[in-house]
Design a protein around this ligand. Structure first.
Ligand SMILES: Cc1cc2nc3c(=O)[nH]c(=O)nc-3n(C[C@H](O)[C@H](O)[C@H](O)COP(=O)(O)OP(=O)(O)OC[C@H]3O[C@@H](n4cnc5c(N)ncnc54)[C@H](O)[C@@H]3O)c2cc1C
Length: 343
């Protein structure tokens, strides 16, 4: 049985695993997913309050937008998530949102990471967290993959769905396997950076604003605020509300190497100016997104890049298309097509 390793349990990696399973039902494959984080989601991250795991906040992606250009092409993906209750139409008011005509927005009642979890369940893959890939070697026609802790393991096929700069940080034979022309393309990919704060409140706290989310245009630090449980239409008297704050990209870049506590204090100061009287949260999580959204993808958005054919080593993710749900679907489809033609 061929052993496939997918590195990255974000949207691209989880969907790759699910598509591999559904499109090759007669082919027995052992699929493993490794992620350096403690849970699934990647940039589709949902955080939980340490006081109450039912109080959650989407720190990365906020909602899914179906644009007319993808309405037909990705219809089955949206229908599947709607049928399983993973996606629901966004009905709460979002101030300052610019909508393309014919677009539809969706939220995830269980948090944005529930999309990734849905695909992981469909894939029936073996998922391992706290597995940080550091080196990849070619040994006897197989890939030997090393992680920060624990023994290396061998695989017939490796798929990398981690942000492009993190592909370039991997060590071992992979460094020489990446051709010079590919390296140049990979090095041309760029990402924005920003911070996100998640504020978690106790049950019964009332946040008195007429909107569920708001884009801010006149603040040097804050770009977006969401009353996250209201945005997801899951307000309840038993579970406290949560607030998500995204900084602007210029603020994120200017403070990228700062101490997180200092950055958190600055963001909270600005938040106090925008929302005076906001109650004190029970806990706060500060998340730095060094690789937030792709600002420049691989030229011509190929969806994947084949680094080696026998054995197969492929990379993909939003750096090979664009940074949203549809970009990740396109990449996952391209990766799976490459695997199907080379298996
Ligand atoms: C603040 C923010 C807001 C956004 N808003 C939206 C939105 O509203 N709508 C939308 O559609 N999209 C949005 N996006 C973009 C969207 O989240 C991404 O395009 C998408 O999640 C990328 O998925 P991915 O699987 O390609 O990569 P990732 O989600 O980055 O997954 C890669 C995974 O690889 C793991 N990893 C990295 N290096 C290693 C290693 N060496 N070993 C093991 N594991 C490793 C990481 O832990 C991560 O889990 C937003 C993103 C951010 C950050």
């Amino acid at each position: 049985m061929a052993r496939v390793l997918i590195v990255g349990a974000g949207l691209t990696g989880s969907l790759c695993a699910a598509l591999l399973r559904s499109e090759l039902p007669q082919r027995p494959l052992s699929i493993a997913l490794w992620d350096k984080a403690r849970g699934a989601g990647g940039r589709m991250a949902t955080s939980r309050s340490p006081h109450d795991p039912r109080c959650t906040a989407d720190l990365g992606a906020q909602y899914i937008t179906l644009r007319p250009a993808y309405a037909q092409k990705h219809r089955s993906f949206y229908e599947d998530l709607l049928t399983h209750g993973v996606l629901k139409p966004l009905t709460a008011p979002v101030e300052g949102m610019v909508m393309e005509e014919g677009s539809h927005n969706f939220v995830t009642p269980q948090g944005i990471s529930s999309i990734v979890k849905h695909y992981l369940t469909e894939s029936d893959a073996d998922v391992f967290y706290d597995y940080h890939v550091t080196q990849i070697y070619l040994r006897d026609g197989k890939w030997e993959v090393c992680k920060k802790t624990g023994s290396p393991e061998q695989f017939d096929i490796v798929v990398l769905t981690i942000p492009v700069p993190q592909i370039l940080q991997l060590e071992g034979d992979i460094v020489n396997i990446i051709k010079e022309s590919q390296k140049q393309q990979l090095e041309s990919v760029s990402y924005s950076s920003r911070y996100a704060l998640g504020l978690f409140y106790e049950a019964g706290t009332w946040i008195d604003v007429p909107w569920a989310a708001q884009y801010i245009t006149n603040n040097p630090c804050i770009r977006f605020i969401s009353i996250d449980n209201k945005k997801r239409n899951i307000e309840s008297s038993e579970v406290g509300p949560s607030v998500v704050v995204h900084t602007s990209v210029p603020f994120g870049i200017a403070h990228l190497e700062w101490n997180k506590e200092e950055v958190q204090a600055i963001i909270l100061d600005h938040l106090e100016n925008i929302m005076p009287g906001l109650p004190k949260p029970a806990s706060i999580k500060c998340q730095k997104w060094r690789y937030s959204q792709v600002t420049k993808a691989i030229p011509n958005s190929p969806g994947q890049m084949t680094l080696h054919i026998k054995p197969l080593l492929v990379c993909g993710g939003d750096g090979f298309t664009h940074s949203n749900f549809d970009g990740c679907i396109d990449s996952a489809i391209c990766i799976v097509e490459t695997l199907k033609t080379n298996l």
